[in-house]
Design a protein around this ligand. Sequence first.
Ligand code: SAM
Length: 283
Amino acid sequence: MTLLRLTLEVAADGVAAAEAACWALGVQGLCVRDAETGRRDGRAEVVAWLDGEADGEAVRAQIAARAPAATVRLEPEDATTWTATLPTEPLRVGPIVIAAPGVAVHDPAPVLRLEPGLAFGSGAHPTTALCIDRLMSLRPRRALDVGTGTGVLALVCVLRGAREVIAVDVDPGSRAAARRHAALNDAADRVRVVDALPPAEPGFDVVVANLYVGPLASLAAELVARVAPGGDLVLAGLGVDHAAAITARYADLGLGLAGRSDRDGWACLHLRRVDVDARPAHG
Ligand SMILES: C[S@@+](CC[C@H](N)C(=O)[O-])C[C@H]1O[C@@H](n2cnc3c(N)ncnc32)[C@H](O)[C@@H]1O
């Protein structure tokens, strides 16, 4: 399978426009390489992947309209190179092990089986690892995983005892991968994979969303509306520089910071819904 790798090189203050231009093209995810992730020349790259059949000229025209300062590179990329980068050895991620089917694991920790593939969420990425650490400290009963990718975080919720997990992803390939992985881990009866958020009811004692900073900000009210009173919301996919602003955004919606962990320039926020009625009375 061939993809088209789109790279927009911009000055550090041009990242937001470049990200917006990529989202407008309908990409399902992107990476930013900037000072936060080790680039030291004041420049940044926003990288996204398009369908291999995408019309390069039309893409360039749309980028020129939305992020005219960006230098654009379009390169075909063989999707199998992504697969090759996934670990073939069992991967210890905090308190759990992630291993491909059939790979022997000599570790008493709980094991999740994931097939190497295209969807995001092998466990190796710091944002996934940070979420796994947080979720392993919780005891979800009914969980919502927004941006499920491989389904890895939904499966961690099952490991922690969740009887029902709704796993949402806008990408059909990710949904297929998440369903495969739920079956592979004997959790098909507990993980329901869907393409949109369920109705806005505060029915989930744990909500986890490993997205990007843009969707985490724009979906804030939607996510909060689904967290049960006293419930937990775990957010990742934001850089440490965005952590204060995202914390403040969710505080405005009634969520308090229960914990934060950082790794390799990424932040993971653990928020808790504190409802007015549940707060101690003053005086
Ligand atoms: C960074 S990956 C996270 C995958 C996995 N949960 C993990 O932690 O490794 C983000 C996923 O969110 C999906 N996504 C992006 N925007 C979304 C949205 N608005 N609603 C649901 N899924 C979304 C992408 O398709 C992608 O699979």
